[in-house]
Design a protein around this ligand. Structure first.
Ligand SMILES: O=C(O)CCC(=O)C(=O)O
Length: 292
């Protein structure tokens, strides 16, 4: 594959359109990787392990089960100098910009992140999720007249090596265009029909994946620690996480409290990760109501 560093090649575009993911090798120098790792080491006391109680991210899958929960770290962009600088540089790294223009369209924006996903031997996996089916208005994938319109692309910078069989990020190539319901055995990887791929990556590689692709995490079996930094980008017109100005009160003022529940429900801001806070409307043609 023509993997020239800063520009998205036709081969890369073909690969991404066909599979729903793309890896650019050696996107970061050893110095860039070292700076990121040193900053994470500095904030190591803020790394939190998720609980594996109640099925954890494995959601009860026997294939994805682990002894410990995924490690997570956030807040990099707001860290003190000089620790935040490498993560601020990743936000608009030149390797990323040309490719996101090609995948999401110009004007792409960070929807949420960065989030470090970490793991040590025995860390559980994450049930596979995403996929074009059921259809997601927040992250759908469309290709027309030679242009890709992918509304949600995650960029995952690799700070440590991922060898064959280590586990970590896994994807069902091509699933971003699937119109068939995803079988339970694919989501749990208990009966994946040989369709799951775990890409091999080196520290300094960067992974792009369409949020519509069925993806998740295999339990970590690697000798070293896994460190992948995820930035979740979206096309200009998309909002996935809801942000500060989500409620009608925050957007328009306290007067919105005097509206009917139906009127109030239609004034929320964009975004789909609402934590169940978005009231939905239904109508039978004669009246409109808030769905309970
Ligand atoms: O890299 C991984 O472990 C998977 C990340 C994932 O599932 C997600 O970002 O939704």
């Amino acid at each position: 594959m023509d993997n020239t560093k800063y520009v998205m090649s036709d081969e890369e575009k073909y690969f991404f359109d066909l599979t729903g993911y793309l890896i650019v090798r050696d996107a970061l120098t050893v110095e860039e990787v070292d700076k990121c790792n040193a900053a994470i080491d500095h904030y190591a006391n803020k790394i939190r392990a998720r609980s594996v109680d109640d099925g954890g991210l494995a959601r009860g899958s026997s294939t994805l089960l682990g002894e410990t929960g995924r490690l997570e770290l956030t807040g990099m962009l707001g860290w003190e100098k000089p620790y935040r600088e490498p993560f601020r540089e990743l936000l608009v790294h030149p390797v990323l910009v040309s490719r996101l223009n090609g995948m999401c369209g110009k004007g792409f924006r960070l929807d949420h992140g960065p989030l470090m996903i970490g793991a040590t031997a025995g860390t559980e996996g994450h049930q596979l999720h995403g996929s074009g089916e059921p259809f997601s208005p927040a992250v759908w994938y469309h290709q027309q007249n030679g242009a890709i319109y992918c509304r949600g692309v995650t960029v995952a910078w690799q700070l440590t090596d991922v060898n064959e069989g280590d586990g970590g990020f896994a994807v069902v190539p091509g699933s971003h265009k699937s119109c068939e319901p995803t079988p339970a055995g694919i989501r749990s990887v208990e009966d994946d029909m040989g369709l799951t791929v775990q890409p091999v990556m080196k520290a300094g590689d960067v992974l792009f994946f369409a949020e519509t692709a069925t993806h998740g995490t295999l339990p970590w079996k690697g000798k070293g620690q896994r460190r992948s930094i995820l930035y979740k980008y979206a096309s200009r017109g998309v909002a996935r996480s809801v942000g500060q100005f989500f409620t009608p009160e925050a957007r328009f003022g306290e007067w919105t409290k005097t509206l009917s529940p139906e009127q109030h429900a239609v004034l929320y801001g964009p975004g789909v990760h609402t934590g169940g806070k978005l009231p939905l409307l239904e109508s039978d043609g004669k009246k409109t109501w808030v769905v309970e």
